[in-house]
Design a protein around this ligand. Structure first.
Ligand code: HEC
Ligand code: HEC
Length: 330
């Protein structure tokens, strides 16, 4: 073998070495590239989620932020001004006011949903009506009416600003001789625990699976499962048949939609007295059954609560069946 041959072989080796190194580098680059590419496209996802809203800071892909913590301090005159400007073309707000394009809204908070006398509602909202207007339902409706009830006759984009929504709802609340009670500290706590802190890092919000709303859970609730759980965990203290005796706890026939803590002949604890007379909406029951002792500290209902979200919806569906006038659930 000649010197030149060996040299050329060496040259080949060097070339091959360089090529290999190049390939490895190129490959590493590709891999790095792919890895980066495969990461969730965080920026665009947020922009898509926030698209329906005009506000740059809106990051609420799972639905509206809760207004519960804001209601007590909400500026009612501001809510009224907003309503005059944006809603009064279609709605009147005085007691006995005429229906217009939309129904008269006096007393709407706490009233049965989409049921104002003399107004013909779209079938879209009729299908969504269940129980009475509580703060959570009104919050979702006003956030985006056509998301709440696709096809609704209310041609209004919705109030995406949470503070403004709270002000409007606080104002609607005052249109009544007996305004709905404001949410308690415990209801607010339960709400923020369920939906997470109102303000969080944007990226985390997009990657966390949204909690299912009570409406969604009720829509697929199993009263039979609720009944089984009732027999196992509640029947020791409660009867549920019509006219059944009070036991350690009150008889529960017809409790859904009824006035809370008002069963005839039962002596309630002082802990629940301040809540007596509020309506047992599905939302209120959901909060109570999740953690009775957080809902009413000192309650005599010595029961830790139903922690499973779906099991609570099953229970509410079962309770609702045991009634002469069940409320309409989704
Ligand atoms: C363009 C007309 C229009 C505007 C503007 C409008 N609404 Fe409505 N609203 C309607 C109609 C129509 C309905 C009935 C919905 C249906 O039948 O699908 C309705 C229904 C409602 C309901 C349910 C009432 C019930 O009986 O259960 C509430 C609450 C409500 N609107 C509040 C508001 C508020 C608050 C605003 C302003 C922020 C507003 N609306 C703006 C037309 C309007
Ligand atoms: C250890 C007994 C006990 C158990 C177990 C119990 N409860 Fe109660 N419950 C009570 C008492 C006592 C009250 C009245 C609360 C008070 O006075 O503080 C009550 C109140 C209630 C109320 C409100 C009734 C009203 O008149 O407004 C509901 C609803 C209710 N319980 C549902 C349930 C369900 C559903 C279960 C099972 C998952 C359950 N309870 C388990 C004792 C019990």
């Amino acid at each position: 073998m000649s010197k030149a041959g060996r040299d050329s072989l060496l040259g080949n080796k060097i070339a091959a070495g360089l090529l290999t190194a190049g390939l490895v580098l190129w490959g590493a680059n590709r891999i790095a590239h792919i890895v980066v590419k495969d990461e969730p496209p965080q920026k665009p996802a947020i922009q898509i989620a926030a698209l329906p809203s005009a506000e740059p800071a809106a990051v609420a892909p799972a639905g509206p932020e809760s207004v519960l913590p804001l209601l007590a301090k909400a500026d009612v005159p501001k809510g009224q001004a907003f309503v005059q400007q944006q809603c009064s073309t279609c709605h009147t707000f005085t007691n006995g006011g005429a229906n217009g394009v939309g129904p008269n809204l006096y007393g709407v908070m706490g009233a049965p949903m989409f049921a104002h006398t003399g107004f013909t509602y779209s079938s879209a909202v009729k299908a969504k009506a269940h129980g009475r207007w509580d703060y959570d339902e009104m919050n979702e409706w006003l956030y985006d009416p056509s998301k709440f009830a696709p096809g609704t006759g209310m041609s209004y984009a919705g109030i995406h600003n949470t503070q403004a929504r709270a002000e409007v709802i606080a104002y609607l609340r005052t249109l009544s001789t007996r305004p709905l009670p404001l949410p308690t500290a415990d209801q607010i706590k339960a709400e923020t625990a369920e939906h997470g802190a109102p303000v969080g890092p944007a990226v985390a919000t997009t990657s966390v699976a949204p909690t299912e709303t009570l409406s969604a859970r009720l829509a697929k609730a199993s009263p039979a499962k609720g009944q089984a759980l009732f027999q196992e965990q509640c029947a020791a203290c409660h009867t549920i048949t019509k006219g059944g005796a009070n036991g350690v706890g009150p008889n529960l026939y017809g409790v859904v939609g009824a006035k809370a803590f008002s069963a005839v002949g039962f002596t309630y604890s002082d802990a629940v007295k301040s809540k007596a007379g509020q309506l047992w909406t599905p939302n209120a029951l959901d909060a109570w059954l999740k953690a009775p002792m957080a809902y009413a500290p000192g309650t005599h209902m010595a029961y830790p609560g139903i922690k499973n979200d779906q099991a609570r919806a099953d229970m509410i569906a079962y309770l609702n069946q045991n009634s002469s006038s069940p409320v309409k659930l989704p």
